[in-house]
Design a binder for this molecule. Structure first.
Ligand code: K1U
Ligand code: ZN
Length: 173
C-alpha cells in the first residue's frame, strides 16, 4: 500500500483536477481494490474520516471512509459508484473540514438523512440509510465526485477567504 499526495486548492493544477466530474467504475477489480487500499492508508495518514479518489488525482467514482472513534476498532467502508436515492427534506448544520482545504472548518447545511446505493469492496451492491456524521460525510464525499468542494456551499466572501488562508499557509510552510 502507498500513501499518495492529497491535492489541495492552493495549487492551480490540483484545483483543476478537484473540479473535474469523476467517471463511473466499470467493474470492481483487484486494481480498484489496490486503489481503495492506497486511499484508506492515505486517509488514515492525513488523518481524515473520508476521502474521494479524485483527491489523490484519480477521477473515478470511489470513496473510502472510517467513522470509528480513536477508542474503537477501525471500521473502513468502501463505496464504488455511490448514488443518493432519497434525501430528507430537513437539513442539519455541521462544521465540515476537507483534506483538500487544509485547516479550514465551516458550517454547511445538508439533508439530515439519505438513502444510498453503492458497490462495496467486493463489488456487491448495497442499499442503506445514512444519518448523523455518516450522512454528512457521504454527502461531502459524493460532492467531490461532482467536482464540488464544501467551500462551494459557502458565500463567495467566505470561500475566497478560505482559499486565501490555505494559500498563505502553503507559502509559509
Ligand atoms: O477531505 C475529505 O473529504 C475528508 C474530510 C471528511 C469530512 C469531515 C467532516 C465533515 C465532512 C466530511 C475530513 O476527514 S477532514 C478531517 C477530519 O474531519 C478529521 C480529522 C481527524 C480526526 C477527526 C476528523
Ligand atoms: Zn473533502
Amino acid at each position: 500500500m502507498t500513501i499518495r499526495r492529497i491535492l489541495t486548492v492552493d495549487n492551480a493544477a490540483d484545483l483543476a483536477v478537484l473540479k473535474q466530474k469523476s467517471l463511473p467504475v466499470e467493474a470492481v477489480t483487484d486494481e480498484t481494490r489496490a486503489l481503495m487500499d492506497d486511499m484508506l492508508e492515505t486517509m488514515y495518514d492525513a488523518p481524515g474520516i473520508g476521502l474521494a479518489a479524485v483527491q489523490i488525482g484519480v477521477p473515478q467514482r470511489i470513496i473510502v471512509m472510517d467513522l470509528a472513534r480513536e477508542d474503537e476498532e477501525p471500521a473502513p467502508r468502501y463505496f464504488v459508484n455511490p448514488e443518493i436515492l432519497t434525501s430528507n427534506e430537513a437539513t442539519v448544520p455541521y462544521e465540515e473540514g476537507c483534506l483538500s482545504v487544509p485547516d479550514i472548518y465551516e458550517s454547511v447545511d445538508r439533508p439530515s438523512t439519505v438513502r444510498i446505493r453503492y458497490l462495496d469492496y467486493n463489488g456487491k451492491p448495497v442499499e442503506e440509510d445514512a444519518d448523523g456524521l455518516y450522512a454528512v460525510c457521504i454527502q461531502h464525499e459524493m460532492d467531490h465526485l461532482e467536482g464540488v468542494l464544501f467551500i462551494d456551499h459557502l458565500s463567495r466572501l467566505k470561500r475566497e477567504r478560505a482559499i486565501t488562508k490555505v494559500k498563505k499557509a502553503a507559502r509559509a510552510a
